[in-house]
Each structure stands twice: as C-alpha cells, then as structure tokens.
Design a protein around this ligand. Structure first.
Ligand SMILES: [Zn+2]
Length: 463
C-alpha cells in the first residue's frame, strides 16, 4: 500500500470540510421551551426553535436541529417560554380605545345611538384616529395580537399608523348612510374607500378593505355599491351582521326575510367577506354562509357586555365554517386582550349549551390562530408556524403563580394566561417587542398622547 501523498491528504481534508454541513444564514432564530405550531397536525415541539429569514418562517424544529442547519444574525432566548403563532383579532375598531369606559352598561342600539355615534360626530378626526390606533397597536403588541381586522373612519390614517407600528391588518373603510367625520354621504365614503384601496393595495402589512357598517345603517343601494367596490378591487368586504334580535326584527319587518338571506339576495356575500358577530342565524342562514365561504368573527366579550346574545359557536365549528375570534372595539369590551377573548369564547359556549365539553381549550386556541386566518381568508400566510408562512409569532411566559404548576401548556394559554404574559412579539420577521421592551413604538409617548387627546374627548362629550 502506497503511503498517502501530500495531495491525497489535502483532498481528504477537503472532503472532510465538504462533509461538514454548511449552515444557512438566517436573520433570526427564536429558541423556545415549547413551540405550539398550530400546523395541520398540531405538532408541539418541546424544546423547540423557529428559524426566520426576513419576513418568513424557514423551519421549526428542535434547538439542536435548527442550530445544526442555520446561523442566525440574531438569536432570541425564550427557553422558559412558550412560542406560538401571533393571535389574530378578527374584529375591532382600533381608534375606539379612545372611548374606553366612556359609556358602559347599555344595550347595543342605545349605546350606539345615544352615546357612541354622537361622541364620534364630535371627536373623530385624522388626529384622533392616529392617536387611538397607536394606543391600540401598543395594547395589541403588548398582548400578543399580530394581525387585526378593523372597521372605522379615516382608514388611511389607521393604515399608515399600523404599518409604522409594524402590525399586520385587514383595514376596512367604513361606509354608512348618515354623514360622518370622513364622508357626508355614502358615495363620498365609497370614493374614499377606492382611494384608500389604490393607495395600500400593494402594502406588505396592510390589506385594504371596504366596510359597510351594517345592513341597518346602510340602504340597499349602498350595500350593493360597497360589494361592487370590494369585487372590483378584489379586496375583503367587512360588515357587522346579525348582531342583535333588533336587527333581525328590522330586516323581517322591512324585507320579510333574515339578515343572511337579505344580503344573499343583494349578491353581497362572496369568498372574501367577513361578517362580525353572526349571533342570530338560522340553520338556513348558516347554509348560505357556508356555501358562500363567508368568514365569521365571534366576539364573546362584546356580545356579553352589550347582552346581544351568544353566537352558535358549537354549530359553526361542527359545520366547519371559517370562524375567528375578535374583541370588538374597546368601548364594548373594554380591552383588546385576545387571551381573555379565548377564555370567554370557551366559557360562554359551555354556559349557553350547558355542556362543559363545548369549545375546549384547543378549540379556543384554534379560533384565535388558524381559525382567524381562515376567517380573514389569509390562511396561506398566517395562523400557524409553518415553513414559508409569514413570521408572525409570540412568546408567552409561564412563570406566574397563577400558571404554576403547568401540566398542559394549551390549557394554561387559554384558561390561566393574560396578554401581560406575552414577552416577545414578532410580525413579518420584525421584533416589535423583546422581553417587554417595545420597538419601534415609544410606550410613554403613545400613552401621553392618548391622555392629552382624552381631555379633548371629555370636553366634547360634556363629561
Ligand atoms: Zn364592531
């Protein structure tokens, strides 16, 4: 046997080098205790890690597997925490945080007509909307919401503020029959919606949308025109739907039908619609909603607070409709904490069905993640931690006395945790909060601005 030549030794060394796996550079790795993926098989990886490059998730695996394959520019240590997809709030009115606690303990129609609509007439402005949205964004980032669906006025201001804060959102410009702060007529509102859609239709974080307020606040022509704008631009259509018995009565008296069938007769429903509340719905209505692929938003806290009723969530889940969870505006909740929304969704379903197995913790977590993504028709992008989806995720601490001991992380997320337990919030691969430190929002400035504006609101409504 010939001794090894210098050249063959060099070749061997090269082969050894090649055999070493080349680690791919990524922008961020989050190292976690337990990763709850919410993927199709609901995998839980413990301990787990998530590799992120730019805006996207590259891989979820064990920390060893991720370390062997990826070299990260930044590593976040969340080893004592749970990593899960960012929560999706499918129905809110972000700037209404400015009316938090302004009028409580009222029924929807009284609350709207005697308090909220007059307060809005006197105080809604681009400045109010910007300041309110910043405060809402702060609250959402701090409580683990990474995507929200909104219906309000001056939606272009909400869009700018949302994108600056780094959150993802579906933002619907409100269309309403009576004069409001940003439009004297529905036609003006629709023109505003079209400008808004054109300005933001290629935004990486914001999906512009049209939001006719409700069928009892818009006439037939306005509803049809709103749906037409939605279809023409291929953007979502958002509406308050079947929220109260009063709404059902109005539709029965005026049109001799149900809210779902009325909107069906107008050609309103389509594959990109999102209906908030959907409480007073018959089996025939449910069949329409399912056939049209309508996304539904369940808002248990707002529905309980305004005593609007309880959506037939168990029926919806059995029917397999796209159902997400929302907080509604902070004036009827009174916060934007999706952990509380999950808990109340579970409790309310158990309470109204007399069945403690209704909406278990896993189903509630699904509503706030994959369910919300489906309801917003964004399931290809968000809702679970899957390679190729957008990197929208949060980490949650499990160290509080009320979370001790922990046998089942999903039980704790739904039944024992609060928004305050969120430590880190990441949207589109960008870290918006790291161990409770915010970036780019300046917490103190956002709260000071909101308090300054609140003084004006107080004067305007004569409090
Ligand atoms: Zn609402």
């Amino acid at each position: 046997m010939k001794p090894f030549s210098a050249a063959s030794i060099a070749a061997l060394g090269l082969a050894a080098l090649v055999a070493q796996p080349v680690r791919r550079s990524v922008t961020l790795v989050v190292l976690g205790g337990t990763v709850i993926t919410q993927n199709a098989t609901r995998d839980v990886v413990s301990p787990g890690a998530v590799a992120i490059d730019g805006r996207d998730i590259v891989e979820v695996g064990t920390p060893a597997a991720i370390a062997a394959k990826y070299r990260a520019s930044e590593t976040l240590d969340a080893r004592d925490e749970i990593i899960l997809p960012g929560l999706i709030n499918t129905h809110t009115h972000a700037p209404m945080v400015m009316y938090r606690g302004l009028a409580d303990d009222l029924a929807l129609m009284d609350w709207l007509q005697k308090y909220i609509f007059p307060a809005e007439a006197r105080t809604v402005s681009p400045e109010m909307v910007r300041t309110g949205t910043k405060l809402a964004a702060l609250e959402m980032i701090e409580s683990g919401t990474t995507t929200f669906a909104d219906m309000y006025y001056f939606e272009e201001e909400i869009a700018k503020t949302t994108a600056e804060a780094g959150l993802r959102a579906v933002l619907g410009q409100t269309i309403i029959q009576f004069p409001v702060a940003d439009a004297k007529t529905p036609a003006e509102g629709l023109a505003r919606a079209e400008r808004f859609i054109r300005e933001f239709q290629d935004n990486g974080l914001v999906v512009p949308a049209v939001a006719p307020h409700a069928l009892y606040t818009n006439d037939r022509a306005t509803l049809v025109a709103s749906a037409d704008v939605g279809r023409r631009y291929g953007v979502p259509l958002l509406i308050h739907f079947a929220e109260t018995e009063e709404e059902v009565r109005i539709v029965r008296e005026q049109f001799k039908t149900t809210p779902a069938a009325y909107l069906e007769s107008l050609g309103f429903w389509g594959p990109n619609t999102l209906a908030a509340h959907a409480i007073w719905v018959t089996d025939d209505d449910l069949a329409i909603l399912k056939r049209r692929g309508v996304g539904l938003s369940h808002n248990p806290e707002s529905n309980m607070k305004l005593a609007s009723g309880a959506a037939p969530v168990v029926k919806y889940l059995a029917a397999g409709v796209a159902l997400g969870l929302g907080t509604d505006g902070a004036a009827s909740n009174n916060d934007l904490d999706m952990f509380e929304a999950m808990r109340q969704a579970s409790f309310l379903a158990k309470h109204v069905t007399n069945d403690p197995t209704a909406v278990p913790a896993r189903a509630a977590l699904d509503l706030a993640t994959v369910g919300g993504a489906r309801a917003l028709h964004m399931e290809r992008l968000i809702g679970s931690l899957d390679a190729g989806k957008r990197a929208d995720l949060i980490t949650v601490s499990m160290r509080a006395a009320r979370q001790t001991p922990m046998y089942d992380p999903i039980s704790h997320l739904v039944f024992a945790s609060r928004g305050d337990d969120v430590r880190t919030t990441i949207v589109n691969g960008k870290v918006l909060m790291k161990q409770r430190q915010l970036r780019p929002l300046d917490r103190a400035a956002v709260i000071a601005d909101a308090n300054r504006l609140a003084a004006k609101v107080k004067d305007a409504v004569g409090r």
